[in-house]
Structures are given as C-alpha cells and as structure tokens.
Design a protein. Structure first.
Length: 401
C-alpha cells in the first residue's frame, strides 16, 4: 500500500522544514507501532510511505489500511503552540505475479491519488477494471509523452479560417491556431487525447508558452517575407491554468519584443468555463494583455449556468457561440433563440459574435439573418497545417523546382 500524508505541505510551508521533519518522525513511529508484526513499513520519499503485507487476503489488507488511517487521523501534531489535524490517503493493491514491480507501484500510487481526489483521509483499493483508475493511469502515461513531445518538437500548429459574414466588411484573413501532436510513430494526435492530462498535471502553462512562441515565430517569418501574408487576425487558445501564472504576461511581452508582431493581430481565446472558474484572475489577466494591444475571445459561450451575468465582468472583444447551439439551430427553435439572444446581448455590449461548427450553407444563411458577425467550421474551411495554408515564398519556390 501507498500512504501519503494530506497536510504535510501545510505544516512544511507554515512552520518550516524542521516542523515537517518532526511530523515525519512522529508519523513513522506511530505507523510502525500500529502495524506491528503485520507487515513491513518503509518511507519512500517526501511524505510517502509504503507498506508490504505478506500472505494477507484483501479483507485483512483493507482492515490494516483502515487501522493505519485512523491512527494518523488521531495524531494531533503540535509545533510552537500551533496544532494540526493530520490525515492520510491510502492506496491498496494486490501484488499479482503477472505484474512487474513498476506496474504494482504505479497501481498503488494511482489508488492513493484517487483517495486524494475523492476527498482525502480514506482508503482506495485498486481494481484493474476500475474505469476511473484506468483513465488516471492513461493520463499519467501522457505526462511523459507530452514532455517528450515538447523536447523533441513534435507539437505543431494547424490553422482554421474564421470568415466575416458582413458583405460590406473589407476582405480580411482571420484564423484560429489549433494545437496538434505527432506521436512517436508520426501519427497525428488530437488535443482531446492529451489536453486533460496536461491540465490535471499542470503542464498547460508549458504548452501555452510553446504555442505563443511558435505562433509568433511563424507569423513573423511571413510578415517579414518578400511577399508578406495578408493575415490580419490570429486567434490563440490559452488554458485556464495560465490565468494564475504571473510570469506568463511578461513572457508574452518578451515574445512581442522579440518577434515584433503587431499586438492588434493577436486574439487570445479562453473558454467560458475556465474564465468563470477563475473570474478575478481571468479579468486581471485579460486587462493586462489588452493593455499591450491584444484582443480576447470568449470560447464555448452559453455552456455556463449564468453566462450573461458573468459576461459583463469580462472585458472580451468577441463571443464564440458554443457549437452545440449552432449545429441544432436549423432544427430547434430553442437553439436558434439562444443564438439570437447571445447576438442581441453581444451587440448591446459592443462585442462581436463568432459561430462555431458551421457545417452547411443553410447554417451560414441563417447566421447572416440572425446577425452573427463571423463563422467558423467545415462550411468555411477545415483545419490544415499552418505552413500549408500560408507557405513561405522560399518554400513555395522549392516545391515548384
């Protein structure tokens, strides 16, 4: 079993490492006394302990795990007059002959992680068929694959056109950049496969930096070419976790200084759900980058429970209507009314609207009638590698030759 202390970081951060060391000593003594001759106890590192139970059936193992958990729960740790309630999360796994040591340790670690996810201070038994655990194991495997992808430059950027529905507006080339990954065999991986793992394990700020740096580099190369691209707007997606990254705004400023991209050309996209979850951070983040001259788009709008009430607190320039409303609006009066309502509110607030998932000319016509400003989807154009959509002149000459 894996046993992890739930409050160790709190003690360490508030009282210092000496207090953390003392807590570990007291916990070690307590666990050893409680376990007795039932099994072998070891400290694996940090605040993690391992217990090996020999010739022990599943029910007995759970009973011992509960005994250890309760013993830690009853420990009242006091340091310099401050009292801390301590608890532990425990992951239990059956050691099967068919599994390697690494697989067994990973399973115990994942079970412990799930105990923490479910509220901490509990025992979680690993079951190979447990869908939640299988999903987490898959996500953990993605962590190293993502890091390898960044190190080996296997990430790439696709582009998809965003077209104005206003016939009187000058013809402008607008795109959204979409992240893709080539796996170890060179096959293309969709973001839905690796983004959940990146978000859960804190890798999105690294990915967002990669996207910004590479997007700016590609745009600069085309703007500085002998036949500069006619691109007028480029949308770049950012994750909600980046809102709390205080260094990211400085990073973006450095990239502008380095590549000399016109800030007005960049429109950062954030999802409604991530903005609502970090409202104060999101507002501060948006305002800081808008001061540089960037614009902002609120993606997946309409999915939140109180979308309109939150909208007045977010200084965004564009609202992207969630695709679930757009795809059904020709067959559903409710969905069409939702789209109409979003367009009306946006117009009153001086914001532009973008419809996602536009897949037919009939949809385009309906969106024009409603007054949507921009459209994006297969009826406009499918995502394609950025280099294919906007080749450099030198590359094009080489291809002809």
């Amino acid at each position: 079993m894996f046993l992890d202390l739930d409050q160790f970081k709190v003690v360490n951060d508030t009282c210092g490492h000496a207090a953390g060391d003392q807590l570990l000593k007291q916990t070690s003594t307590l666990l050893n006394e409680t376990l007795g001759a039932s099994g072998l106890l070891a400290r694996l590192g940090g605040d993690e302990f391992g217990v090996l139970l020999e010739n022990c059936d599943a029910n007995s193992a759970i009973g011992i795990a509960e005994r250890l958990r309760l013993a830690v729960q009853e420990l009242r740790f006091i340091w310099n007059g401050c009292a801390f309630n301590i608890s532990a999360s425990v992951g239990v796994v059956h050691v099967a002959e068919a599994n390697t040591m690494e697989e067994t340790l990973r399973s115990a670690d994942m079970a412990c992680y799930m105990a923490k996810e479910k509220g901490r201070n509990r025992v979680q038994v690993h079951h190979p068929s447990d869908a939640e655990l299988v999903e987490r194991v898959g996500e953990m495997a993605w962590v190293q694959r993502i890091r390898n992808g960044l190190d080996e430059e296997r990430f790439c950027l696709f582009a998809q056109e965003i077209r104005s529905l206003n016939k009187d507006e000058p013809d402008r080339s607008c795109i959204e950049l979409l992240l893709r990954l080539h796996d170890e065999d060179g096959k293309l991986v969709q973001p839905s496969s690796f983004i959940p793992a990146a978000e859960r394990y804190g890798l999105m700020p690294l990915i967002d930096r990669w996207v910004v740096r590479n997007a700016f580099a590609m745009l600069a190369a085309r703007l500085n070419s002998s036949e500069p691209t006619q691109l007028s707007s480029c949308a770049i997606n950012l994750s909600g976790t980046t809102f709390g990254d205080d260094d990211f705004i400085d990073y973006v400023r450095q990239q502008f200084d380095l590549y000399r991209i016109p800030p007005g050309m960049i429109c950062f996209e954030i999802t409604e759900t991530s903005a609502i979850a970090n409202l104060s951070n999101a507002k501060r983040f948006i305002q800081a980058l808008k001061k540089l001259g960037c614009r902002f788009s609120l993606d997946d709008f309409g999915t939140g429970m109180s979308s309109f009430s939150y909208l007045k607190h977010l200084p965004v320039d564009y609202i992207k209507i969630d695709g679930s409303f757009v795809t059904e609006m020709l067959n559903s009066k409710v969905d069409r009314t939702m789209v109409e309502s979003i367009v009306h509110i946006a117009r009153v607030m001086g914001k532009h609207t973008v419809a996602e998932f536009v897949e037919s000319n009939e949809m385009l016509q309906a969106l024009r009638e409603i007054g949507v400003d921009y459209a994006q989807g297969y009826a406009i154009g499918k995502p394609a590698p950025f280099e294919t959509m906007y080749p450099l002149l030198a590359d094009a000459d080489r291809e002809v030759a």
